[in-house]
Structure formats: structure tokens, C-alpha cells
Design a protein. Structure first.
Length: 172
């Protein structure tokens, strides 16, 4: 399983103290600077998307999701979730997390969210994706059915913010 998040940096402001206190543990506040806020926020959002599929987590408790100070993994209770990719540029932050680094995962390009996913896929791969949920084949926790994209089973994660959209998937 995989989780991803993207933040459009053209839409953000500096976070307030209230926001920082709501989202970050004391350990994180000591380990990271205010300039790291949106990166950590994106990692926590990606992790929450992962945890929704992995353990059926329904409520977002950002202070319980702890980003390791070397940006290698994220801790939630006794689960360590690896940070697979961080892409940070002047326009957006894109983060991808997953349970282990040995997945055969494919990270697809960031696309302009004003296009839809199908249009983006056709432009990139020159064919229309065949997407369907495989209802009779549940993921290991029985929560989120895998998705079939052009004949391979995948755990997929979509995200969008502002004008950017992103998706990532794992080939099983």
C-alpha cells in the first residue's frame, strides 16, 4: 500500500502558532524549523492516506504521526512507514510513503489538476487507462480493494491541491 500528498506552494501562507501546535509534537517542534512546516504537513497527510488503507484509520491525529528527524520514516503507534520520495521545488511539495522500500512501485508524474487524470494518462501513455476495482480481491486488511490499471493490480493513491494533482501506485 502507498500514500501520497501534494501541496501547491503558490497557495500557502506561513502557519500560525495555533496550527503548529495542533499538528506537531514537541519532539518535532524541536527537531525541525518553521521552514519545514509544509514538508512535514505533506508527509503526515501522505501517511494518513496510507494508514486509512493499512489499518482502516478514520480519524486524523497529526500529533500521533511522528516524522523521524532524518526524514527516513514516519512513526504511528508501533508502525514505521518509510518515506519513499520527497519532491520539493518552488511550485509544490510531493511526498510518497509506503510500508517498505522493496515494493515494485511506480511513481507517476505530477499533472496539472485542471486536466483530469484520464486526460493526463492518455497524454503520457498514448492510450486510455482501463481502471476498475477488483471487488472480490481485497487488500490484506480487507479494507480497500485493489485497482486494476491496464491489466495489473495496484494500490493507488491520488492527491491534489491547487493546480497540481499527483498519483502513485504499487504493482503487486
Amino acid at each position: 500500500m502507498i500514500g501520497n500528498d501534494i501541496i501547491d506552494l503558490n497557495l500557502i501562507n506561513m502557519p500560525s502558532d495555533r496550527h503548529i501546535n495542533k499538528y506537531f509534537s514537541e519532539k518535532e517542534k524541536l527537531s525541525f524549523s518553521i521552514n519545514d512546516y509544509w514538508l512535514l504537513f505533506s508527509l503526515k497527510e501522505a501517511d494518513f492516506k496510507f494508514l486509512q488503507k493499512y489499518i482502516c484509520l478514520n480519524n486524523f491525529y497529526p500529533k500521533k504521526i511522528i516524522v523521524n528527524n532524518n526524514l527516513k520514516y514516519i512513526e504511528y503507534l508501533n508502525i514505521n512507514i518509510n518515506i519513499l520520495k520527497i519532491e520539493y521545488n518552488k511550485n509544490y511539495i510531493h511526498c510518497i510513503v509506503g510500508l517498505n522500500n522493496n515494493f515494485n512501485y511506480k511513481i507517476c508524474n505530477i499533472y496539472d489538476y485542471r486536466d483530469n487524470f484520464i486526460d493526463f494518462y492518455i497524454k503520457k501513455y498514448k492510450k486510455k487507462p482501463i481502471i476498475k476495482k477488483e471487488i472480490n480481491k481485497l487488500s490484506p486488511n480487507g479494507y480497500s480493494p485493489p485497482i486494476i490499471i491496464n491489466d495489473f493490480t495496484s494500490s493507488i493513491s491520488f492527491s491534489n491541491d491547487g493546480q497540481y494533482g499527483a498519483w502513485a501506485h504499487i504493482k503487486y
